[in-house]
Design a protein around this ligand. Structure first.
Ligand code: UDP
Ligand code: UDP
Length: 276
């Protein structure tokens, strides 16, 4: 009989406010904290920017103390209302510094700056992902973002609310593809920033028509008012993710939407065909 050394990987979840200091011993930090839905990050903009600035500073301080590698989920919002299309990582963006979205856009831009300053000044191992619109099962039903709104509306038999003009575009990545990309980035050798997103691009009107066709052909599509500074177009150039991480998304929108529908129907307790 002899005993073999066993290496355990332990993942644990702590619920805390990242704007408060945290003392734990870890090897890797996935710093995802921050509301990402416009209605939620605009609800308390001061808290949003504190989360991005003080929260990132705390996570970097933690990474520095314990020698951990840290990954920040930054955002396609750092490109603002982009004048370059599709967006490459080299593009510096077109961002309003004083608008209602700035707490998030500029907050994430400062978070990226802090990551690179800690990297250059203290030698911290950093990874930055710029994540594009992401959707999937288990999203908050009242999250307020477009895919969850349209799916919940279609299931409930309500009009799909397309915000004007409806020609604005987004590119939607299914959650399992996103998670795969983030893990590859963390485990790889590149600091980033690297775009992680699905380059399939849709206007909001096209998205509404697709949800209607797949989930409930009887619902209406209504144009409603938009909010300020809504980016007119967004689509990632994922050449870097492809070359450096060997990553590309696998789930197209038409396959991902029904997976999310299934989960939403269960939680809303509305079986298929009830309204059809
Ligand atoms: N910090 C933390 N956990 C740690 C180490 C630091 O939350 O294990 C926080 C700390 O409260 C500080 C921030 O991270 O506000 C930045 O830490 P750093 O050591 O870089 O800066 P300093 O404390 O010297 O200002
Ligand atoms: N949008 C929409 N209807 C909704 C919610 C959002 O048409 O019920 C539009 C919004 O104007 C934006 C796009 O969908 O052009 C994506 O918005 P979302 O809030 O999902 O995320 P964002 O990409 O703006 O962070």
């Amino acid at each position: 009989m002899y005993t073999q050394p066993v290496l355990f990987t332990v993942y644990f979840v702590v619920f805390l406010d990242v704007t408060e200091p945290l003392l734990v011993e870890v090897d890797q930090i996935y710093h995802l904290a921050c509301p990402a839905s416009p209605i939620f990050y605009k609800y308390n903009p001061v808290k949003t920017i504190k989360t991005n600035v003080i929260g990132t500073l705390n996570m970097l301080g933690l990474a520095k103390r314990v020698g951990a590698r840290i990954l920040l989920t930054s955002t396609s919002e750092v490109y603002g209302d982009p004048l370059q299309h599709p967006q490459t990582e080299e593009y510096w963006g077109n961002v309003n510094p004083i608008g209602v979205r700035s707490c998030y856009d500029e907050g994430k831009r400062v978070a990226e700056t802090l990551m690179f300053d800690y990297h250059r000044q203290h030698g911290i191992e950093i990874r930055i992902a710029r994540i594009f619109n992401t959707y999937g099962p288990r999203m908050n039903i009242d999250d307020g973002r477009v895919v969850s709104n349209f799916i919940a509306q279609a299931i409930r038999g309500e009009s799909l609310t397309v915000q004007a003009p409806g020609t604005q575009t987004r590119s939607f990545c299914y959650v399992s593809d996103m998670v795969d990309g983030l893990i590859r980035l963390m485990e790889g050798e590149n600091t980033g920033p690297i775009n992680i997103g699905n380059p399939g691009e849709f206007t909001m009107m096209e998205l509404a028509e697709t949800v209607k066709e797949l989930i409930n052909p009887d619902v209406a599509v209504t144009i409603v008012d938009n909010t300020p500074d809504d980016p007119r177009q967004r689509k990632p150039d994922i050449t870097k993710a492809n070359d450096l991480l060997g990553w590309e998304p696998k789930v197209i929108l038409r396959d991902g939407l029904p997976l999310m529908e299934e989960d939403f129907r269960q939680r809303l307790a509305v079986p298929k065909n009830q309204f059809q």
